[in-house]
Every structure is written in C-alpha cells, then in structure tokens.
Design a binder for this molecule. Structure first.
Ligand SMILES: Nc1ncnc2c1ncn2[C@@H]1O[C@H](COP(=O)(O)OP(=O)(O)OP(=O)(O)O)[C@@H](O)[C@H]1O
Length: 341
C-alpha cells in the first residue's frame, strides 16, 4: 500500500547575520545552513497494517508524513501509495488518502460542522447517498450528533479532533495518516478516538500510519512500530521484539505465605541462579533484589537471560510462595532506552 524508497529531505535556511542591519544583510546573504531532516528512509506498509511512527522531537516524523502525503517534495527518493506517486499524480493520490494533523484543522472555522462535510463531499465527488451512509456510521462511532450544528471554532479540542477524523474519512480513503491526533486530549476523548481507529482498521481494513508522542496510543493500537531518530530509521518491527532487544528488566513481586528468609545483605545485590547446566565460560544468569518488606520481595530480572521458572525455583527456596506479579517495562521507557543506546 505504501512504498517509500530512499527518502531524503534537506531544508536550506539562510544563516542569520548579526550586528548592524542584520536583517537586510541576511536577506542578501548567500550563506545557507543545510538540515538533513530525513536521510535515506525506505520501508513498505501492507494493506490493513496499523503502524506507529515515533521518535523524539525534531526527529523527522512530520517531514516524512508530509512527503508520504505529497505535501512536501523529497530532495531525493520516491513514494508510492497504492502504486501512485503522490507528487506526480496528486489528484489520484488524494482520493485514496485521508490526513489528520492534530495541530491544524481541515474544517471551515466559522461554519457548522455539518456544512464542512457538505463542502468536502462536493470537493471529493462523494454522492449524497454515500455521504449520508458514512456520516451516519461516523456519527454513531464518534458521537458527532452532539455538535453537528456547532461552528467549528466553538468545539472543544476533543470534539474538533473527532470532527476532523470523520472529515478525513468522508471520501472513504484506503489509507489514513494521523499526526498527533490525541495531543492535549483527556483520557475519555483519547479512548473514543482510539476505539474509532481500531474499528476502521480491524473492521473496514483501512491502513493507518500514526505519529504520536503518546506511547499508550502506540501500545494499544499498533501492530508495528517504526522509530526515527535524527532523520534515520532506527527500528522497524513489533513492540514485544523491541522490548526484548532492549532487554529492560522485568519487575517481579513475590508474596510469601508465612515466614520467609532473605538474607538482608542481598538487598540491592545481584543473585546468581544456580540452574542445572550453565554454558561453559558464561556468567550464571542472575536477578537483583530491589525491595524487601514483611511479606514481599521485589526483584528485577532480564527475561532475555533468565528463565522465569529457574527464577521462581530460586525464590521458592526462601519461603512458601503465595503470589507472583510481573510488570514489564513501560513502552515509553523502552523507547527512551532505545534512543539513548
Ligand atoms: N520548513 C523547514 N525549514 C527548515 N527546517 C525544518 C523545516 N521543517 C522541519 N525542519 C527541521 O527538520 C527537522 C525535523 O522536523 P520534523 O518537524 O519533521 O520533526 P518531528 O519529528 O515531527 O518533531 P516533533 O515531534 O517536534 O513534531 C527539525 O530539526 C526541524 O527543525
């Protein structure tokens, strides 16, 4: 559905001069600074995928999305959306493409929401019957009825986002690009938008690319995640694989029944697991005792190197285990650690 081949984007900005008449001297300056915002990015997205596109501020996410949607011309490289080049065949590309920028609305500020849909339907050649059918469906899924007749400028941020997402889907595109659609929204509004996106992906088979700083969005919605940093793609795969690759420790809380004994000197220390057959020359797998109280011991272990059953067996030697809870590292932590590494 999407094919990006060796995409690059450079921005040239004039070097700002200092001192007297700086503004005028800058205007006539021939000195430029080149920013390589996106450097040689290639990937493919299949029909029906839900892909998260994430990275730190200034990494190049919006620039990539703008190139994919045909808004920005790449300095070099090529994009194909369902076989169509969005820069050369703009009209054909926009028919199969919906775009939502969280920071900017595509609706008419002073018109009631419903009127904006009438204009968009006219622009995209959507028949009255199709428009009604789709709007009925979206109105129910996104609860648009509550602000149907309200001018866009009077909508809350959550309402505006819902109205914008419905607008982007009015011509029934196969592909939806969303740039920060949940930015600034409360938990309730985020949930509603996530549910809608899930429905159009799973039930209607739409392909979705989502850019967000909200890691819960990514974790709840995306089967695949692409990480961009300093303009280059640093990861492309699933979330569990990314977690494994980083190897952040899993936190394991063990509650004991009755008396148990953990030598106090082990607190904060690494404890080796005496497992059956270690590999010659390699250190024994270990875990770290993080906290200790009357009933529970909290330990950290890297599940890449530690077998959970071996770990539980070792903890079982300290007392009778009543309950075990495991906490995987949060996705945000995984990404932070990935970018730092
Ligand atoms: N029109 C432009 N002219 C010059 N530099 C630009 C332009 N647009 C973006 N940049 C620069 O390109 C780099 C990538 O910007 P981009 O907006 O794509 O990042 P981003 O990952 O979307 O960031 P954020 O999460 O903060 O929105 C940044 O260093 C930015 O300053």
């Amino acid at each position: 559905m999407i094919e990006a081949r060796h995409l690059c984007k450079e921005f040239k900005t004039a070097v700002v001069r200092e001192g007297r008449f700086a503004g005028i001297r800058t205007l006539f300056s021939r000195e430029y600074r080149v920013k390589e915002a996106v450097q040689d990015i290639s990937f493919q997205v299949e029909r029906g995928e839900f892909v998260g596109y994430i990275g730190p501020n200034g990494a190049g996410k919006s620039t990539t999305i703008k190139m994919l949607t045909g808004i920005l011309h790449p300095t070099s490289g090529e994009v194909r959306l369902g076989g169509v080049n969005p820069h050369r065949e703009r009209q054909k590309a926009v028919r199969q493409l919906g775009v939502v920028f969280g920071q900017r609305s595509q609706l008419w500020w002073d018109l009631p929401v419903r009127d904006s849909y009438d204009i968009l339907a006219e622009m995209y050649g959507v028949s009255a019957h199709e428009k009604k059918q789709r709007l009925d469906q979206f109105a129910e899924l996104l609860n648009l009825h509550e602000f149907w007749m309200t001018p866009v400028r009077k909508l809350s941020l959550g309402q505006r986002m819902r109205a914008d997402i419905a607008a982007s889907m009015l011509h029934d595109p196969e592909l939806l690009f969303l740039d920060e659609p949940t930015i600034g929204l409360d938990v309730h509004a985020k949930r509603r938008i996530r549910q809608f996106l899930q429905t159009i992906n799973r039930e209607f088979g739409k392909t979705i690319i989502l850019t967000t700083h909200d890691m819960d969005d990514i974790e709840e919605l995306c089967g695949r995640v692409m990480v961009i940093d300093h303009g280059t793609l640093t990861y492309d795969g699933t979330i569990p694989y990314l977690r494994d690759k980083i190897g952040l420790p899993t936190v394991i809380r063990v509650k004991f029944r009755g008396a148990f004994h953990v030598p106090k000197e082990l607190l904060g220390q690494s404890v080796a697991i005496e497992k059956s057959a270690g590999i010659m020359g390699l250190p024994l797998p270990s875990f770290r005792v993080k906290e200790l109280d009357d009933q529970t011991v909290t330990v950290e272990a890297n599940r890449q190197s530690v077998n959970t059953m071996d770990l539980i067996r070792t903890l079982g030697m300290w007392g009778e285990i009543d309950d075990i809870a495991m906490e995987e590292p949060g996705f945000e932590e995984v990404i932070r650690s990935f970018s730092a590494s």
